[in-house]
Design a protein around this ligand. Structure first.
Ligand code: FES
Length: 109
């Protein structure tokens, strides 16, 4: 499944919330002309990362202020936490975010 977002809608310096379904809201972030998309639910206790803040290359969860690298998705501390990230491709003014099919989901024939 591909989710399309206008690049201009992603503000500088803060995440954009993109609701895909009841279960999934993305946090889409721009940094130095590159775009990143993550599952907006923090892997710690489910904080809403789209309501978080940016500190350089780090996305800071609003709930307990854990910091995650935009480039790797890894938490600075504790290191075992990692954001679920999705590939973003820019086509002109649009961003195409590819949501992978879950491994347990049936594959299309
Ligand atoms: S819920 Fe995100 S740091 Fe705790």
């Amino acid at each position: 499944m591909i989710v399309t977002v206008a690049a201009a809608d992603v503000p500088a310096g803060k995440p954009l919330a993109v609701q895909v379904s009841e279960e999934l809201t993305l946090a889409v972030v721009r940094l130095d002309g590159s775009y990143y998309a993550f599952d907006g639910k923090c892997p710690h206790r489910g904080g809403q990362l789209a309501e978080g803040t940016l500190a350089g290359e780090l996305l800071v969860c609003p709930l307990h202020h854990f910091k995650f690298s935009l480039k790797t998705g890894r938490c600075v501390m504790p290191k075992h936490l990692r954001l679920r990230s999705f590939p973003v491709r820019q086509e002109g003014e649009l961003l195409q975010i590819e949501l992978q099919v879950e491994e347990h989901a049936p594959r299309p024939v």
